[in-house]
Design a protein. Structure first.
Length: 403
């Protein structure tokens, strides 16, 4: 008996693109919601906390993602001191996101190599050592149970298809036996992607599957399988590490063209930690500051009308629309941050405030925009939505041209 119920609500196949668009109704023990939607990340909750002490978020789904490199994974598996602090962080996020209907924590080993440093690929540790692999799975599952989470995410591991199926089968049996819901993650670039997803849905009965995002142009066959096989089935796909924007299509928001390629929920990749720079106003002369690259050029805002994520100095910034998207209780703060945005170039605290505002505003306005798209799909008028969003129409037409 699954704890998550997924029901296709509407399917719109009137678009001049290859894959139908759909809305899903998803029910969890905490509440129900509909897709497509933007998932709130830990980073976006932190951005919200910079604006108000009680960080309520409109998205009904939240996820806390921790990517572990080789050194961190080794510490996690071999030293007692690593587990407890990580558990406390997961528990804290669980409390902060208490109003979300679906709260997840994903501890995912990185897949990138570090050949210049001689450090082996992170996944190599789990492939070559069965004992450590089993310990890793026990620890990530136990940690989520200790934090009071359900469903339990099961990170993707680069194993052979037969080994991976065996591992997933054992984990599924173990968790469902104690009434816990497993959510398995699959890398979109996995060499047996279709086989593995079919196994999860047809044999294990998974209703929600996590996907590790890869650009569509890198794995077109896998996107094709997803879009044509599952558009009318009672299975939802949550895509994580999604690019914030796509420079190939003039910085259009990547999550906002993803609904036309098979996925249902989208969590944007969090940026690396802010680089501490000495930019306090009192220590930087005006002449020196003018000679340096403008720090606020790194900050981007999402624009609902164009679906683009553009640099603050690009001419797209519209303070009025930003204020309209924000909650009433936030608007005085937002107005002040926007009015003083030039000072963020030489004041670290104001830079952080402006950057946090850009990320939380993007989440909030993106959630609102997806609600509009849900209505259009339900009305079978997604084609009109695409036509009205000229940037989206151009991007989808360009993608279609190369299919």
């Amino acid at each position: 008996m699954t704890n998550i119920e997924v029901n296709p609500k509407s399917i719109d196949d009137n678009l001049p693109y290859r894959y139908p668009s759909r809305t899903l109704s998803i029910r969890t023990p905490q509440g129900s919601f509909e897709t497509p939607l933007r998932v709130a990340t830990h980073y976006e909750y932190r951005s919200r906390m910079a604006i108000i002490a009680k960080p309520t978020i409109d998205s009904p789904v939240s996820i806390n993602i921790r990517r572990m490199n080789y050194h961190q994974l080794s510490e996690f598996l071999n030293h007692n001191e690593f587990y407890e602090p990580l558990l406390r962080r997961v528990e804290l996020y669980h409390r902060i996101a208490q109003y979300a209907h679906l709260r997840l924590a994903l501890i995912q080993p990185t897949t990138a190599t570090a050949s210049t440093t001689g450090v082996p690929p992170t996944m190599e540790m789990l492939r070559s050592n069965t004992m450590l692999r089993d310990r890793f799975l026990r620890f990530v599952i136990n940690l989520q149970q200790d934090a009071g989470l359900n469903p339990i995410t099961v990170p993707f591991m680069e194993l052979s298809i037969d080994t991976l199926k065996s591992v997933m089968r054992d984990v599924h049996r173990s968790l469902t036996g104690v009434n816990l819901e497993p959510i398995f993650f699959v890398d979109l670039k996995y060499y047996k992607f279709d086989d593995l997803v079919s196994f999860l849905t047809d044999e294990l009965g998974s209703k929600l599957i996590g996907l590790i995002y890869r650009r569509r142009s890198l794995v077109p066959v896998n996107y094709d399988f997803l879009g044509l096989t599952y558009y009318d089935r009672d299975v939802a796909f949550l895509c994580v590490h999604v690019d914030r924007y796509d420079i190939r299509y003039d910085d259009i928001s990547t999550p906002h063209y993803m609904p036309f390629f098979g996925a249902d929920m989208y969590a944007v990749e969090s940026p690396p930690p802010f680089h501490e720079e000495s930019i306090e106003q009192s220590t930087v002369s005006q002449e020196y500051a003018q000679q340096q690259p403008r720090l606020i050029e790194k900050i981007r805002f999402f624009h609902r009308s164009s679906l683009k994520v553009k640099p603050i100095d690009s001419g797209f910034l519209d303070p009025r629309s930003i204020l309209e998207d924000m909650r009433a209780e936030d608007r005085d703060y937002v107005s002040e941050v926007l009015e003083n945005r030039e000072e963020a170039n030489t004041d670290q605290s104001k830079y952080r405030a402006l950057n946090a505002l850009s990320r939380f505003h993007e989440l909030r306005s993106s959630v609102l925009e997806f609600q509009d798209l849900q209505k259009r799909i339900d009305e079978r008028s997604a084609r009109d939505y695409v036509t009205e969003k000229s940037s989206l129409e151009l991007a989808l037409a360009e993608i279609k041209k190369h299919q």
